[in-house]
Design a protein around this ligand. Structure first.
Ligand code: SAM
Length: 280
């Protein structure tokens, strides 16, 4: 590993890689690059010990986080990148990392992580923000396939992911994420940490599968949270009408008919999803 590490340290600085390969950032691809290797190292460390773990990285770009993941000693890194310019720019890193790095050119939304690498596997990524939520939901749906997810989001999305019941940030995303995962905000990054800077602050969030989660079907959870938060200011006896006899559902789930969606904890939504499944 130290040989690889020396070879990675000897690579040209990321600014030079960007200039040499003309990697002008493309907004449509959510390209905001991290060039500070201290920061990419910090993200890699949030993921924990990766020595026996295969890491999938989405969107390596010029390769800053990829370098950090290889240097922290991940068993292997498989990086999915949609932009062929970035794939070309990563060739020197492949040469330095040897068989510990594989680049897959394509769309991460269409990739099957379980087919890409053997378990134990983790995902670590500075996500393209335009597809961050659909990517995350796809991974959360099969969270047990991963040891952890360590992902950069715009702070507003991270706030929703980690919000407790009772506030404005608590919504569908909070319930679904916290139902299947332990969700922990790791640290914030100012917009200036990126090239070019996005309009918003960013937050790294760490997810691990949540043991002993309440039983419920994924689609039923999506359906009840959509109904409840679609009209979040209404009492649930009104907002859940689209699901049938709302009062009966709420009674079965042990939730007051006058409660509003943002007051209901994850366990309450799981009880609602089970009650709805039983009534259909
Ligand atoms: N990891 C790099 C860094 O931290 O500097 C780049 C992060 S940048 C926010 C997002 C990266 O994802 C870009 O390299 C972009 O080309 C890539 N990307 C965008 N959409 C993608 C998709 N659907 N599948 C795979 N990669 C994608």
């Amino acid at each position: 590993m130290s040989e690889d590490s020396d070879a990675i340290d000897a690579l040209p600085p990321l600014r030079e890689v960007i200039a040499r390969h003309d990697l002008g950032a493309r907004k449509a691809l959510g390209q905001n690059f991290l060039l500070d290797l201290n920061l990419t190292g910090r993200i890699a460390r949030v993921a924990g010990d990766l020595a026996d773990v295969s890491v999938i990285e989405v969107g390596p770009g010029p390769g800053g986080l990829t370098r950090a993941l290889l240097k922290t000693g991940a068993r292997e890194v498989v990086a999915i990148e949609r932009d062929p310019r970035c794939v070309a720019a990563l060739q020197d890193l492949i040469a330095a990392a040897g068989d510990r790095l594989r680049i897959v050119e394509g769309d991460a939304l269409e990739a099957d992580p379980e087919a890409l690498v053997a378990a134990p596997r983790a995902i670590v990524a500075n996500l393209p923000y335009n597809v961050a939520t659909p990517l995350l939901l796809g991974w959360l749906r099969r969270i047990d396939a991963f040891r952890s997810l360590t992902l950069m989001f715009q702070k507003e999305v991270a706030d929703r992911l980690t919000a407790p019941p009772g506030g404005k940030a608590y919504g569908r995303l909070s319930v679904i994420a916290q139902w299947v995962a332990e969700v922990r905000p790791a640290f914030n990054l100012p917009a200036q940490a990126f090239v070019p800077p996005p309009k918003v602050m960013s937050t790294v969030v760490h997810f691990t599968p949540r043991p002993g989660r309440e039983e419920a079907d994924w689609q039923d959870m999506e359906r009840v949270t959509a109904a409840a938060f679609g009209q979040r200011r209404k009492m649930l006896r009104a907002s859940l009408r689209s699901l049938g006899d709302a009062e009966a559902l709420l009674e079965e789930a042990g939730i007051a008919p006058t409660a509003r969606a943002e007051e209901v904890p994850v366990s309450g939504f799981a009880a609602l999803a089970r009650a709805w499944a039983a009534r259909r």
